[in-house]
Design a binder for this molecule. Structure first.
Ligand code: ADE
Ligand code: ZN
Length: 327
């Protein structure tokens, strides 16, 4: 069977990766030691054993605790370089990295420490690995819109290092419209816009991400499958969805990969892509998401593989004339 080799070797873009979610337990402990941080669990094995999630919030609690070891510019650089090496091995030619500055500024880490470390890693990835990269700053939706405005103010001196703005963290109870004014301001400033919607939250959150925030891509969006009018809208406008199959499985958004809506999304003509979300926590980087999803879903074959890879490159925030170098 030649499908696994095709999935692994084809050039692809990753458009939904939280860089803090690439922090492997081994690196968490190495950084804790380097920085003199004490962790609640005392070994890599104990930490891995705690990665048994029942929903999004049960994951987020552990994910934010893991990020507490990140203190210096070098820490952010080293975390991102470890991800870029894995991505290059998976034939990722371009990656758009989410980062959560409020997770760090709330602990007293300066905004510029975060962005300088990540920016330097993006430059090193391009030069050393041939992987191009962009940064997308995400506002934490469990915090206030006022806190998002403060974060935006901290980002402005680094405007050129940040391609886009996203919205993540606890979805239910925090609809996109809570951030309407700050997203309007980001739009005026020329940022590219995305938002998590329809992961655990209802299709109504996908509608408001599109119509109130005016985002260009929907992160996850799998629950759109429950709303035929929304499916028609997403197909008509060619809105990319950054789908994360292993994440959906580990956070109990789907009960098994064989029931994942990805084949139905593609069959309906939606511009779906495959991504890893938080690979250190969900059991695999990009190629593992491809191979496990295709293994569980016999409806997916070579045509869908090419479609997903092409969608990922075309849905990136890189100008079409520069995308030509990838294929
Ligand atoms: N932050 C990191 N991963 C996330 C996810 N899957 N959903 C919402 N916020 C997140
Ligand atoms: Zn995500």
């Amino acid at each position: 069977d030649r499908l696994p080799a095709l999935l692994q070797r084809m050039p692809k873009a990753e458009l939904h990766i939280h860089i803090e979610g690439s922090l492997e337990p081994e690196l968490i402990f190495a950084l804790a030691e380097r920085n003199g941080v004490t962790l609640a669990l005392d070994s890599v094995e104990a930490l891995r054993a705690a990665y048994a999630f029942t929903d999004l919030q049960s994951f987020l609690d552990i994910y934010y605790a893991g990020a507490s070891v990140l203190l210096t510019e070098q820490d952010f650089h080293d975390m991102a370089m470890a991800y870029f090496r894995r991505a290059a091995a998976d034939h990722v030619v371009h990656a758009e990295l989410f980062f959560d500055p409020q997770t760090h500024t709330e602990r007293g880490v300066p905004f510029e420490t975060v962005v300088r470390g990540l920016k330097r890693a993006c430059e090193d990835a391009e030069r050393e690995l041939g992987v191009s990269a962009l940064l997308i700053l995400c506002f934490l939706r469990h915090l206030s819109e006022e806190a998002a405005f403060e974060t935006l103010a901290q980002a402005l001196p680094h405007r050129d290092a940040i391609a886009g703005i996203g919205l993540d963290s606890s979805e239910r109870g925090h609809p996109p419209e809570k951030f309407a004014r700050v997203f309007a301001r980001c739009r005026e400033l020329g940022f590219r816009l995305v938002a998590h919607a329809g992961e655990e939250g209802p299709p109504a959150y996908v509608w408001s991400a599109l119509d109130t925030l005016h985002v260009e891509r929907i992160d996850h969006g799998v629950r759109s499958i429950d709303d035929p009018a929304l499916m028609a809208r997403l197909a008509r406008d060619g809105v990319p969805l950054t789908v994360c199959p292993l994440s959906n499985l580990k956070l109990c958004v789907v009960s098994s990969l064989s029931e994942h809506p990805l084949p139905a999304l593609l069959a309906a003509g939606l511009r779906a892509t495959i991504n890893s979300d938080d690979p250190a926590y969900f059991g695999g980087y990009l190629n593992r998401n491809f191979t496990e999803t295709f293994a569980a879903l016999p409806q997916l074959g070579a045509a869908e593989a090419y479609r997903l890879a092409r969608n990922s490159l075309e849905a990136s925030f890189v100008a079409p004339e520069r995308q030509a170098a990838w294929v």
